[in-house]
Design a protein around this ligand. Structure first.
Ligand code: GCU
Length: 704
C-alpha cells in the first residue's frame, strides 16, 4: 500500500516560524499548563474558528468536527468532513481503497466549486482519525492548504492494557489511582473518561483492556459487566472497544463449578453463557486478555491441558460475537529448572498452528520482563502459523517509575526493527506483528498503560511522550523514534526550534542513560525486591531462584554474565540459525547484549580496547553524566517553558540524577565486593559502603 507520511526536518522548522506566527502559534514561551491537555492543547483564544462542514450525521463525525473547530487555526479554506462513499467525491477518483476500515485521506480538492480541505475515510472512525491527523500536521508546522495525507494503520488491534484493580489501585502504576471509579459506575460517567478516549483516539488507539492481567473474577459479575458497559458507551464514538482480562478459574469462583478444566463441557458452557451475557450488554465487546499459569495465576496447565486448549475454549465462547482472545506467553514456572528466558518458547513453540483463528498470542518484547534493555523475544518469528502480538510496557516499572526521564521510543523501535531472520533478511519483529511476514489477518500490539488520576495523566510531562510514541508506532511501526519525539515535543511545548531540539536531544539519550546506570552491557533484572525501584544486584535469598538478581548476572571472582550459549543454557538456539550463530560468539554479539548471552572474565577485551570491568564502570559513569547533561539542557530552556511544567521536570531530573548515582554506586560497590578490583583512575568511589546500600528499604514505594 502506498503510504505518504508527512514529515518535517529541523531546518524547515525555522523556515516555518514565520508562517506559524501568522497562524497564531506562539513560538515563545509555551503557555501555562498543568499537563492535562496532553499533546492536544486547544488553539489559543481568539483564533478564527474554521468553517467545518459535516456531511453525515454520526456522533463520531460530529466529534471530529468539534475537534477541528477547537484546534485548527487560521484555516483559510472550508473543511469538509465526509465518508468516502459520498457520491460527490466519485469524480475525484480518490485512492480510497487504500484506506481500509480505519485509514484517512486529507487533501485540498475542489468541492462545489470551492477549494476545500477534504477529510475522508471509509468509516466514521477513519474520518475522525483524519481530523486528528490534520490537527497534528498543523500543530507541527504544516501549511493546511498543502496538506496531502494518506495513511492507514498497519496493525489492526492497537491496545492499551490497564493493570488496574477493582479497588482503584494500579499494579505498576505510578500516576495515581485508576481512572476508573468502579464504585460510581455505571451511573456516573466521569467526564475524564471522555477526555481519555479522545486522547487515545487522537493517536488511533482502538482497544482498551480495562483491568489487571492478574484479574479478579468479580470483573465478570453482572454488576461489573454493567460498569464495563458504561465505559464502552463512552468509548464507542471514539472508535474504541473495551476488553477484559479474565481469571481462568472464574467458573469456580464465580460460577460455583468444581473445575475450570477447559475440556469440561460444563466449564465451556459457563464461559459461553458468560460471553453471551457480556455481549447482551456490550454488542461490540472486544474480547478477553488472559494471563494463565504465570506467577501463580490459574490456567489450563492446572488440568494438564495446554495453553492452546485454554485459549481455544475462550475463543469458542466469543467467536459467535466476533470477539477475540489475547493469550499471554509470559510464562515461567518455579518447578522448571530451565533458564527462565527459554521457558515461554519451550511452552508455546510446539503449539504453533494449534490456536483457534480468533486467538492472538501476546509476547513481551523480551524473554524476561520489560527490562531497560532486552534482546528481542525468540518467539517472534518462531510461530509462523499463529498471530503474534507484541506487548510493550509504557509504564516504567524498571525504568525509574514516574520520576526518571526515559523516552521509550528508542526501546520500542529497537524491538520492532530487530531482525528475526525467520524468513531471511528483513524478517523484522514489525513484520511479524503487522502480519506481512506470514500473511496473518489478525494483528495486534499492546502497551501496558501509564495513566492514572494524576492531573497530567502519566505522572510527568515526559511520560506522556511514551504513551504518544507507543500509539504512533502501533499505527505505523516504521516511524522513527526521533521523528515521533519531535512531533510530540512540538505539540507539547510549541514550535520554537531551540526548545524542540533541546527536548528531543534530552529524550533521545534518556533511555540509554537508564540502561547505563542500571544495567549496562546486557545485564538485567538487578533491581531490589518487590517494588523494583532501586538497585539490588546482591539479592540472593528469595524463594524462587529466578526471582534473585544473582540468578541473572552470575557474577563471581572469575567473571560476570549469563552463559546462554551451548556451554550454558543454550537459549541462543531458540533464535533462527543466523541470529543464533551471531549470539553464540561473544565477538559477534552486540556489546549492548553481551552479558545477557555470555559469562566473561572481568579482563575480557572490549571493542574499546578496555577491559570489561573498565568498560562497565565507564557505562555507569556515562549514565550519571548523561543525566547531568539532561539537567543542563533543561536549564537552558527555562525561560521558554511554562513555570509549572519546567519546575516539576527540573525537580524530577534532580531526583533522577541523585538516583542514577545511587544505582551506579550501589552496583559498583557490589561488583567490587565480588571481583576485588579497584575502580579505574578518575572514577569516583561510591558515596557509601555496600552495607549502606543493602540496608535501604522502601516499603511504601508505589505500584506494588
Ligand atoms: C511483571 C510485573 C508484574 C506483572 C507481570 C505480568 O512481573 O512485575 O506486576 O503482573 O510482569 O506481566 O504479568
Amino acid at each position: 500500500m502506498e503510504r505518504r507520511t508527512w514529515r518535517i526536518g529541523t531546518s524547515m522548522a525555522c523556515l516555518l516560524a514565520g508562517s506559524l506566527l501568522a497562524i497564531g502559534t506562539m513560538p515563545g514561551k509555551a503557555s501555562a499548563s498543568d499537563g492535562y491537555d496532553l499533546w492536544l492543547a486547544p488553539a489559543h483564544e481568539g483564533a478564527a474558528v474554521p468553517d467545518v462542514q459535516v456531511i453525515g450525521d454520526s456522533q463520531t463525525l460530529q466529534l471530529a468536527a468539534t475537534e477541528l473547530r477547537r484546534n485548527l487555526t487560521g484555516a483559510k479554506l472550508p473543511v469538509v468532513l465526509t465518508k468516502a462513499l459520498n457520491p460527490a467525491l466519485a469524480r475525484l477518483r480518490l485512492p480510497t481503497a487504500e484506506l481500509g476500515t480505519e485509514g484517512y485521506l486529507v487533501r485540498t480538492v475542489m468541492i462545489a466549486g470551492r477549494s476545500s480541505l477534504l477529510i475522508t475515510g471509509n468509516t466514521d472512525t477513519g474520518v475522525l482519525y483524519g481530523a486528528f491527523a490534520a490537527i497534528r500536521a498543523q500543530k507541527t508546522g504544516a501549511d493546511l492548504t498543502k496538506l496531502d495525507l494518506i495513511s492507514a494503520p498497519r496493525i489492526k488491534l492497537r491496545v492499551l492494557n490497564h493493570w488496574d484493580n477493582l479497588d482503584g489501585s494500579v499494579e505498576r502504576g505510578y500516576a495515581g489511582q485508576s481512572l476508573w471509579d468502579w464504585w460510581t459506575l455505571p451511573d456516573f460517567k466521569d467526564p475524564r473518561y471522555t477526555d481519555y478516549a479522545r486522547a487515545n483516539a487522537s493517536l488511533g488507539i482502538n482497544a482498551i483492556v480495562l483491568n489487571n492481567v492478574n484479574a479478579s473474577p468479580l470483573s465478570l459479575s453482572a454488576d461489573y459487566i454493567a460498569k464495563t458497559g458504561a465505559l464502552a458507551e463512552v468509548f464507542r464514538p471514539w472508535g474504541i472497544k473495551v476488553y477484559l482480562s479474565v481469571r481462568f478459574s472464574a467458573p469456580i469462583e464465580l460460577g460455583g463449578l468444581k473445575t475450570a478444566d477447559p475440556l469440561d463441557p460444563e466449564v465451556q458452557a459457563w464461559w459461553k453463557a458468560k460471553a453471551d451475557e457480556i455481549y447482551r450488554t456490550i454488542p461490540d465487546f472486544g474480547g478477553f486478555l488472559v494471563k494463565a499459569n504465570s506467577e501463580g495465576q490459574p490456567g489450563p496447565r492446572d488440568y494438564q491441558r495446554s495453553h492452546a486448549d485454554g485459549a481455544n475454549m475462550l475463543a469458542a465462547a466469543v467467536a459467535p460475537h466476533n470477539g477475540i482472545v489475547m493469550w499471554r506467553a509470559f510464562v515461567y514456572a518455579e518447578t522448571d529448572p530451565e533458564d527462565r528466558a527459554k521457558q515461554a518458547w519451550s511452552e508455546f513453540k510446539p503449539l504453533d498452528g494449534k490456536f483457534a483463528d480468533n486467538v492472538l498470542v501476546q509476547v513481551k518484547n523480551g524473554a524476561i520482563d520489560f527490562q531497560p534493555r532486552e534482546p528481542f523475544h525468540p518467539l517472534f518469528g518462531a510461530m509462523p502459523k499463529t498471530p503474534m502480538m507484541l506487548e510493550l510496557q509504557i509504564t516504567k516499572e524498571y525504568l525509574g517509575f514516574s520520576t526518571h526521564l526515559a523516552y521509550l521510543g528508542p526501546l520500542y523501535t529497537e524491538v520492532l526493527e530487530a531482525d528475526t531472520r525467520a524468513k531471511g533478511r528483513g524478517s523484522t519483529v514489525a513484520k511479524v506483528i503487522d502480519g506481512s511476514l506470514e500473511g496473518s489477518a489478525l494483528t495486534g500490539i499492546a502497551g501496558v498503560a501509564n495513566v492514572g488520576r494524576d492531573r497530567d495523566w502519566s505522572g510527568s510531562t515526559f511520560n506522556q511522550a511514551n504513551w504518544y510514541a507507543f500509539a504512533r508506532l502501533a499505527w505505523d511501526p516504521s516511524l522513527s523514534a526521533t521523528d515521533i519525539g519531535r512531533e510530540w515535543a512540538r505539540q507539547t511545548f510549541g514550535n520554537d526550534p531551540h526548545v524542540v531540539d533541546t527536548v528531543v536531544s534530552m529524550m533521545m539519550e534518556s533511555r540509554e542513560a537508564v540502561v547505563d546506570y542500571t544495567g549496562p552491557l546486557g545485564l538485567a533484572h538487578l533491581m531490589a525486591t518487590g517494588h523494583h525501584y532501586g538497585p539490588g544486584p546482591w539479592v540472593n535469598d528469595l524463594a524462587r531462584p529466578e526471582w534473585n538478581p544473582t540468578y541473572y548476572h552470575k557474577a563471581d571472582r572469575g567473571g560476570i554474565g549469563f552463559d546462554r550459549t551451548r556451554t550454558g543454557s543454550n537459549a541462543v538456539a531458540q533464535y533462527a540459525p543466523q541470529v543464533a550463530r551471531k549470539l553464540a560468539d561473544p565477538h559477534t554479539t552486540p556489546e549492548s547484549e553481551l552479558l545477557w548471552f555470555h559469562h566473561l572474565p572481568w579482563d575480557w577485551k572490549m571493542k574499546s580496547g578496555q577491559t570489561l570491568w573498565h568498560d562497565l564502570v565507564a557505562h555507569y559513569d556515562r549514565g550519571v553524566s548523561t543525566v547531568a547533561r539532561m539537567q543542563q539542557n533543561w536549564d537552558s530552556i527555562k525561560d521558554k517553558v511554562d513555570a509549572e511544567r519546567w519546575t516539576k521536570t527540573a525537580s524530577y531530573l534532580a531526583i533522577q540524577h541523585r538516583e542514577a548515582r545511587w544505582w551506579r554506586d550501589a552496583s559498583l560497590a557490589y561488583w567490587m565486593s565480588v571481583n576485588g578490583l579497584p575502580l579505574p583512575a578518575g572514577s569516583p568511589a561510591p558515596q557509601h559502603d555496600l552495607a549502606w546500600y543493602k540496608a535501604q528499604s522502601f516499603p511504601l514505594a508505589p505500584g506494588q
